[in-house]
Design a protein around this ligand. Structure first.
Ligand code: DGJ
Length: 728
């Protein structure tokens, strides 16, 4: 609900558990008065105190009042060059060469339903689900207007934000920074939590106290990156899964981003999030508008767990689209870790028969099926089948797979081109690279210039031809290198600062076109695993390959970190062979299953190497996936114990929304002699109900399981447990 008081120019955004308030003061400065646990309302600007602070200058409207400074007031969307020296939200370069952005309130309007963003991902919602507030600000001297967009999803405590920057003057304006989100906090006594790592070690949780100055994470790699996720949190120092106020902020964007937090001089704090200003410069001609990506904010007054669950619910209902919102994802088998590039028709078919016999539902042909690709140094861009490997083509292969009772899926990497390809030979100027400059290669490949319509058109036609000529019900959309030499022949020299963002818009445009032309095709996002695991991609690809690291023990940390913002049912998770390709570790098949069963489940190994006993276990795992999918898809997720370097077990719980059934998963780490007796305290159950646990005839009261905990059996190294709880 949005309460608008026009007289006081006061806007109060009320959600189920939180309040967010904005006020335009007597000078038109847009103040942020409060965000946190729900309050009854009223004008909270009375919380703001004024004092004469040396070296904090006073805007013209303040006259001689030295207590009024943009440098000390909590701002809703900070300007720059006009007296607020904290993190800026907006940086403009005007035609006279000045760099000032100083915004004042013009007006505000409410709309029912959630605003939409043209050509960019955004949460969606009808009048029943969401409301929109649009506040217009203006820098009168620059003739630039800023529309701040707010979407309020009351039931989910979700507030989305975006900004539209409009050049209302008659000379061009250059935009050097346009944040999606600016959030001021009255106290900097906060912890900053980020999700960091690298390729094969994505989204590890890092927590640090705010120190004076700016701390930031971001990406200048052209993708949201393996290194830092565009999701960050701030929380009270004592906050944990169940306690304390915490804030989560996500950017729905798959390119360069920055999330920065500043502990300021008076021990207040500011968070900004948006497109990274690195090499960003966007020219707005008179009358033109620039729209920022959307940011999603969620505050939980009761710890991280509830924040995550609210994000999960909101993503499932208002970000994932169409049929994939509810439909069970098929159990897939992927050829990559089974054969890499080394296969032909007969080998694939043998593999498919084995998969079908075990009950797998979707056969995914990964890299290596096109052009003359036998390693990763050729053929990207030549999206036609390699007839030496697959003489009958994809049409015939998909028919054979379908005849085995499985769907057929295909790997593509449509944003890339190999120099050793017909596409590159025909169009060497279609790559991102300044003319005459030597290439920087990544995995031997170059990046196509997706800012250009003709490039996207060519790729669309090539992909559509594949989709029209074979029965392909799944695409794995991969992307295996970072962007360098970011320069497009299609833009003049003064506008090259637009290329990074135009590239992302180009990727979104093509994804949307493919999606719309093939609404029943499931697209799984992938960027060398989790290099683009963000809410922007989820809008187009309802599942994303979590990591190229399929080691079940490493996956515990990767999936744990990912779960803070993203629902388990969006995380691609496969059982692979041992010793694991990445770590050399051998983990029992049962445990590999326990970990993968918490995501979008599949197998990625040569099934021909399985013993009869292992095959029986695989069949049981497939059955287990079918039985638990709905709970995992629609239930609530509880992180019970975090993955631990000292080897203590990691535990998590899925609980149905009526709290009558739940699924406990536990994986033991390294084991040392003389281990302690361990109990794990469950959460989210009904304390008054009694639950029957798998293999235990005596029911357990919910309050005992939650307050005293469930006594774990002695698990050996890397062993696991998967227990159902059913209310009597
Ligand atoms: C990177 C992906 O993450 C892998 O799963 C696989 O598809 C390879 N690319 C293929 O080149």
């Amino acid at each position: 609900m949005i309460i608008q008081d026009n007289e006081k120019r006061l806007f109060t955004l009320q959600t189920r558990s939180t309040t967010y308030q904005i006020k335009a003061d007597q000078n038109g400065v847009l103040l942020h008065t409060y965000y946190g646990p729900k309050l009854s309302g009223g004008d909270l600007s009375r919380l703001i105190r004024f004092a004469d602070r040396g070296f904090s200058p006073n805007p013209n409207e303040a006259g001689n009042d030295r207590t009024y400074s943009l440098d000390t007031l909590p701002q809703e969307y900070s300007g720059s060059g006009a007296g607020d020296f904290r993190l800026p939200s907006l940086e403009l370069e005007l035609s006279d060469g000045s760099y000032v952005a100083d915004l004042r309130y013009i007006d505000a309007k409410l709309q029912s339903g959630k605003y939409t963003l043209e050509a960019m991902p955004a949460f969606f919602g009808s009048a029943e689900d969401a409301d929109t507030l649009i506040i217009t600000l203006e820098d009168a001297a620059a003739h630039v207007r800023v529309e701040l967009l707010y979407g309020v999803f009351e039931a989910y405590d979700l507030i989305t934000r975006a900004a539209r920057i409009v050049n209302c003057g008659d000379t061009p304006v250059r935009l050097h920074r346009a944040a999606s989100l600016c959030l001021d906090f009255p106290s900097a006594d906060l912890d900053f939590i980020t999700f960091d790592g690298g390729h094969v070690k994505e989204r590890g949780l890092n927590r640090t106290r705010l120190r004076p100055g700016v701390q930031s994470v971001g990406s200048i790699r052209g993708i949201s990156s393996h290194q830092h996720n565009p999701f960050v949190m701030l929380c009270e120092p004592g906050a944990d899964e169940e306690h304390g106020t915490c804030y989560g902020a996500a950017l729905l964007y798959s390119g360069n981003f920055e999330a920065a937090v500043e502990r300021c001089q008076f021990e207040d704090a500011r968070l900004t999030m948006g497109i990274h200003p690195f090499h960003f410069c966007w020219t707005l001609e008179p009358g033109q508008t620039f729209t920022t990506p959307e940011a999603a904010l969620l505050c939980s007054p009761s710890g991280f767990g509830e924040m995550s669950r609210q994000f999960h619910r909101a993503i499932r209902a208002h970000l994932l689209r169409d049929v994939w919102q509810d439909r069970r994802k098929p159990i897939l088998v992927n050829s990559w870790e089974a054969f890499y590039f080394d296969y032909d028709h007969d080998r694939l078919l043998r593999f498919a028969r084995e998969a079908a016999a075990l009950g797998m539902e979707l056969f995914v042909l990964d890299d290596g099926w096109f052009g003359h690709r036998n390693d990763d140094c050729s053929s990207l861009g030549d999206w036609w089948v390699n007839k030496e490997k697959l003489p009958g083509g994809l049409g015939a292969l998909s028919k054979e797979i379908n005849a085995l009772g499985m769907e057929f899926g295909l790997w593509i990497e449509p944003e890339m081109v190999s120099e050793d390809s017909c596409l590159y030979q025909a169009h060497p100027d279609w790559v991102l690279n300044p003319a005459g400059r030597p290439y920087t290669r990544g995995r031997c490949q170059l990046v196509l210039d997706y800012t250009r319509e003709e490039v996207r058109e060519y790729i669309f036609q090539a992909l559509q031809k594949l989709l029209d000529n074979a029965n392909i019900s799944y695409l794995k959309w991969d992307m295996n290198r970072a962007l360098t030499q970011v320069w497009s022949v299609a833009l003049p020299s003064g506008r090259q600062g637009e290329v990074y963002h135009r590239y992302v818009l180009g990727v979104y445009a093509l994804l949307e076109r493919v999606r719309q032309a093939n609404p029943h095709t499931l697209i799984e996002g992938c960027s060398g695993g989790g290099g683009r695991f963000d809410m922007g991609m989820l809008y187009y690809t309802p599942q994303i390959w979590c990591s190229d690291n399929t080691d079940a023990i490493d996956r515990l940390s990767i999936q744990y970190g990912t779960s803070f913002a993203y629902p388990p049912a969006t995380m691609g998770a496969h059982v692979s062979a041992v010793p694991n390709e990445q770590t050399g570790r051998s983990v029992p098949l049962e445990t590999r299953g326990t970990v993968a069963l918490s995501g979008t489940f599949g197998y990625e190994m040569d099934l021909g190497t399985l013993s009869e006993e292992e095959k029986t276990l695989v069949v049981r795992q497939i059955q287990a996936y079918k039985e638990s999918y709905e709970l995992i898809q629609t239930g609530d997720y509880y992180r019970l114990t975090p993955p631990s370097p000292d080897g203590a077990p990691t535990a998590w719980l899925h609980v149905s929304s009526d709290r009558r059934s739940a699924l406990l998963s536990v994986v033991s780490g390294q084991v040392h002699a003389g281990p302690p007796f361990r109990r794990v305290k469950l959460r989210g159950l009904d304390p008054a109900l009694r639950y029957r646990l798998t293999g235990d005839d005596t029911p357990w009261p919910g309050d005992v399981l939650m307050q005293a905990g469930y006594p774990l059996p002695m698990l050996g190294e890397y062993q696991s447990l998967r227990l159902w709880l059913k209310a009597e």
